[in-house]
Design a protein around this ligand. Structure first.
Ligand code: HEM
Length: 456
């Protein structure tokens, strides 16, 4: 049997100390560049973890009869705050199935249409805020975070953060960033070291408490003002029962779900929008195509309808290609159910396998000229030729992202609104610098805007 390549490590610690605590993904991607075999193995404090990016092997890992998501580190650490919410629940915990069935209707096409007016309202806040700051350096990631946090909280829970009213980001975001970063650091730390770091433990517990207080406030407000059977996420969780078992979600689980959606529902879409704006500024020809599209489909000042947003073609391809080049969630993991092999390499039962998206999304077996940003890859005729497992920004199978359409609808609308109104520029010639807090974002990215005349 073939042997999985692996960099040498130290006794007990294995390869752990080689991984930079604040940018593990950059390290995994660099290792992927070193091992042409399409996979490598690391010893993380005695746990053997395989990192995979060959698309044929990823196709095998996506076979749910052989591999399933298991809650391993770092997700088992994130469970400290998201509990058995959808993202961090084990598949065989009954509450995962109940919540999944109860919440699926909230992600139908019909629901997207129902959320649309609220998405539009927040997108208009963003454009108003940028219109008032023309010629200034705009903090892209912060403003995309304001937008996506306000959208998920308003559409999902009827709760208003009013993020565009304040120059400071909401304390929830600082607590969330702190807790996610700490989860990432703990993933590479001996438990005894974690115990010794008392200050970090205190801050971590305080961050979790801050997030939970907010969640309790969201639920308390809804209970005080029941919405008469609203079909938003919170309405469904409080009022609907599981179509299979007839059971309602326990209160503790509803808290976990609210926190899960507050985090998963904004952090990633904010990254997607920030990377998309970066890509547009770097590719003037594509930017010109996108301006042209909004001038054609969204003439005048009328708010665009949901139907118009669904007719866009260039902007969705910008988003598809952005998710290929910079996946906000850069990896997801599955575990072998039984002893098996992948691409001829041994995978004993219980082996965790991490799918490394930056390397998969640039793998020459799946992509021609992978380093090139080319939205024409996503033209229908070329899409058909794609490798079936070469693109996985939303994960796989039953545990794939429930919010995919939500994110894409929100991102289409936001880009369309920005491009219709503003000419974008990047006078400081930003150089990409990734910040990782489990998800990826461009750090310190600013751009400038000025009002644009149509067909300019
Ligand atoms: C799961 C990516 C937006 C809610 C996932 C997974 C990925 C992902 C890769 C699978 C994780 C795994 O296998 O461990 C993304 C990206 C987004 C995005 C790239 C935006 C561009 C959203 C939004 C929501 C959301 C807007 C909610 C409104 C969730 C939830 C799960 C999930 C609840 C767990 C599903 C389950 O296991 O049942 N997402 N996501 N995501 N996502 Fe997203």
């Amino acid at each position: 049997m073939k042997q999985i390549p692996s960099p040498s490590g130290l006794p007990i610690l294995g390869n752990t100390l080689q991984i930079p605590a604040h940018s593990p993904m950059a390290h995994f991607t660099e290792l992927a560049g070193r091992y042409d075999e399409g996979l490598f193995q690391l010893d993380l404090l005695g746990r053997k973890v395989v990192f995979v990016y060959d698309p044929d092997m990823v196709a095998e890992l996506c076979d749910e009869t052989r591999f399933r998501k298991r809650i391993e580190p770092p997700l088992s650490i994130v469970r400290d705050f998201s509990g058995d919410g959808l993202f961090t629940a084990e598949l065989d915990e009954p509450v995962w199935g109940q919540a999944h069935r109860i919440l699926m209707p909230a992600f139908s096409q019909r629901s997207m249409k129902a959320y649309y007016p609220q998405m539009l309202e927040i997108a208009e806040r963003l454009t108003a805020s940028w219109a008032a700051r023309q010629g200034e350096d705009l903090p892209v990631s912060d403003d995309m975070t304001r937008l996506t946090l306000d959208v998920i909280s308003l559409t999902g829970f009827g709760y208003r953060f009013e993020s565009f009213r304040s120059p400071e980001l909401h304390p929830f975001l600082k607590a969330m960033g702190g807790a996610l970063t700490e989860a990432m650091v703990r993933n590479q730390q001996l438990p005894v070291v974690t115990k010794l770091k008392r200050r970090s433990e205190e801050t971590y517990r305080q961050d979790i408490a801050t997030m939970r207080e907010l969640v309790d406030d969201v639920i308390r407000r809804r209970r005080a003002e029941p919405s008469g059977g609203a079909k938003d996420l919170l309405g469904l969780m409080l009022e609907a029962s599981d179509p299979l078992t007839g059971e309602r979600l326990p209160d503790a689980n509803i808290r976990d779900q609210v926190l899960t959606f507050l985090i998963a529902g904004h952090e990633t879409t904010s990254g997607l929008l920030s990377f998309a704006l970066y890509n547009l500024l770097r590719h003037p020809h594509t930017l010109a195509q996108a301006y042209d599209e909004v001038d054609r489909l969204l003439p005048g000042d009328e708010p665009p309808t949901y139907e118009t947003i669904m007719k866009l073609d260039v902007i969705p391809r910008v988003l598809d290609e952005t998710l290929r080049t910079w996946s906000p969630i850069p990896a997801f993991a599955v575990t072998a159910l039984e002893d098996t092999t992948v691409g001829g390499y041994p995978f004993p039962a219980g082996t965790p396998a991490v799918i490394v998206l930056p390397a998969l999304h640039r793998h020459p077996k799946a992509w021609e000229r992978p380093e090139e940003f080319d939205i024409d890859r996503w033209l229908p005729e070329r899409k058909q030729e794609q490798h079936p497992a070469g693109y996985k920004p939303f994960g796989n199978g039953e545990r794939a992202c429930i919010g995919r359409q939500f994110a894409l609808t929100e991102a289409r609308l936001t880009l369309a609104m920005l491009l219709r109104r503003f000419a974008l520029s990047d006078p400081s010639a930003y150089r990409m610098q990734i910040k990782q807090t489990l998800t990826l974002k461009p750090e310190g990215f600013t751009l400038q805007v000025r009002e644009r005349r149509p067909h300019e």
